[in-house]
Design a protein around this ligand. Structure first.
Ligand SMILES: *Cc1c(COP(=O)(O)O)cnc(C)c1O
Length: 422
């Protein structure tokens, strides 16, 4: 058998061919009219993709660079900040904030779960200057309810800025930063926008821009105000990752074209983004149905994200068996658990350039591993596929909209708002 290598990892994700062609053709200098036209167009598209009227800033760095920029630009040494951490990426916020001299309060939740709203409320102090969280915690496959936290800050008239790492949340999760009152939303290129690593971006509210006038943590390369000044003229402060910016523009064109109609053949990026989210929701639900039908358990049975699904290995089995067998037998690259979750779970990504066909094939390959190597589960060929097929056939994303939390999760599956409703 030949094997094609296929990424099912939550970043980097599979590349969009149209973006790869645009990248290869992007032989342009960054201080030219040609680049300025490209940059201004991509920045405008980025606003539509994020779904905001706020200014957006594009940086040449991996996602963590934009996380760091939001700490260094929005805090001063000694500032009290609150980090909501329930996984490796939440813990990264604490690390960055401490590196910049913040006094860090932490609300944590066990891996695989989300926070208690009461605990968050109790940890919010008058002096809290900023709250940091993830929209989706990629290390555990959990979606946190951003609107519930935003509402809490509003209801308590908190001065704290809400800064959200939506690096795997964008393109997989309904996010409405302007109406919810999120101050900073962070994204990265190697996730749902289907291009290689190397770009990060931030959408920033007026309140956060105002805060930057008074904060004084050190910053130089990641000086957001300097970038904003340059971006308004179609330039970046330093040499940008030109080829990736060209790729991002092509990816946005493609996402928009997914929503093309006879009247509007170029489509709409706003509508295309909704389709991308719906796509991730659907294939995530197919994956959850399939692995459970095969006798496997979800790591986050209540708080699951559409960005990636974390699946527990059976008792006494190292989850590495899935990573190894899928790669050696089928060329499929998935990820193990991170840190202390390694060996306990494996993760399958749904963000970006995955479709029904990819998902069905992957479920088939997982069935091969389960039936051949884990006979104790008692699964047989077809169990996972039937469950996924049935889910796909029955799924009607719009019909269920009334019964959803603002974060997009079904009522009864969003513990943050469910606990608030009690
Ligand atoms: C991928 C990812 C990041 C950023 O990681 P980089 O390696 O710096 O791009 C941050 N947060 C989350 C939730 C992620 O999934």
């Amino acid at each position: 058998m030949i094997r094609k290598t296929r990424l099912f990892t939550p970043g980097p994700t599979p590349l969009l061919p149209a973006a790869q062609f645009a990248m290869a053709a992007a032989d342009i200098h960054h201080r030219t009219a040609e680049f300025r036209a490209l940059y201004l167009r991509v920045l405008a598209q980025l606003k539509d993709f994020v779904g905001t009227t706020n200014d957006v800033i594009l940086l040449s760095s991996s996602g963590t660079g934009a996380m760091e920029a939001s700490v260094s630009n929005l805090t001063s040494p000694g500032d009290r900040v609150l980090v909501l951490a329930a996984g490796k990426f939440g813990e990264r916020w604490s690390g960055i904030a401490k590196a910049f001299g913040c006094h860090v309060d932490v609300v944590s939740a066990p891996y695989g779960q989300t926070f208690s709203l009461d605990e968050v409320a109790a940890s919010l102090h008058l002096e809290t200057r900023a709250v940091f969280m993830q929209a989706t915690e990629t290390s555990t496959g959990v979606r946190h309810c951003v609107p519930a936290i935003a509402k809490l800050l509003k209801d308590t008239q908190s001065e704290a800025l809400l800064i959200v790492d939506a690096i795997t949340g964008l393109g997989t999760t309904h996010l409405d930063m302007d109406s919810w009152g999120v101050d900073v939303l962070v994204g990265g290129s190697q996730k749902a926008v289907m291009i290689p690593p190397g770009l990060s971006y931030l959408a920033i509210s007026d309140r956060a821009w105002d805060r930057m006038e008074a904060t004084y943590n050190p910053r130089y390369y990641f000086d957001l105000r300097k970038e904003r000044k340059n971006a308004r003229l179609g330039e970046s402060a330093y040499t940008p990752a030109v080829s990736l910016i060209a790729a991002l523009g092509a990816a946005f064109d493609w996402i928009a074209a997914q929503a093309a109609t006879p009247e509007n053949p170029a489509g709409s990026l706003v509508e295309g983004r909704k389709l991308l989210v719906e796509n991730a929701e659907t294939i995530a639900a197919m994956t959850r149905a399939a692995v459970q039908a095969l006798g496997l358990k979800l790591f986050a049975p209540d708080a699951f994200a559409a960005a990636a699904t974390a699946i527990l290995a059976p008792e006494g089995v190292d989850s590495g068996i899935f990573v190894k067998e899928l790669k050696s037998r089928f060329g499929v690259i998935i990820t193990n658990g991170q840190g202390e979750m390694k060996g306990k779970l494996f993760r399958i990504a749904h963000l970006g350039f995955f479709d029904y066909m990819d998902t069905i094939a992957l479920i088939g390959a997982i069935e091969q591993v389960v039936v051949k190597s884990l006979p104790q589960l008692g699964a047989k060929f077809g169990d996972g596929l039937i469950a996924a097929q049935q889910l796909y056939a029955d799924r009607s994303p719009t019909a269920a909209a009334d019964n959803k939390c603002l974060c997009g999760r079904a009522k009864g599956h969003c513990s943050l708002t469910d606990s608030a409703a009690k």
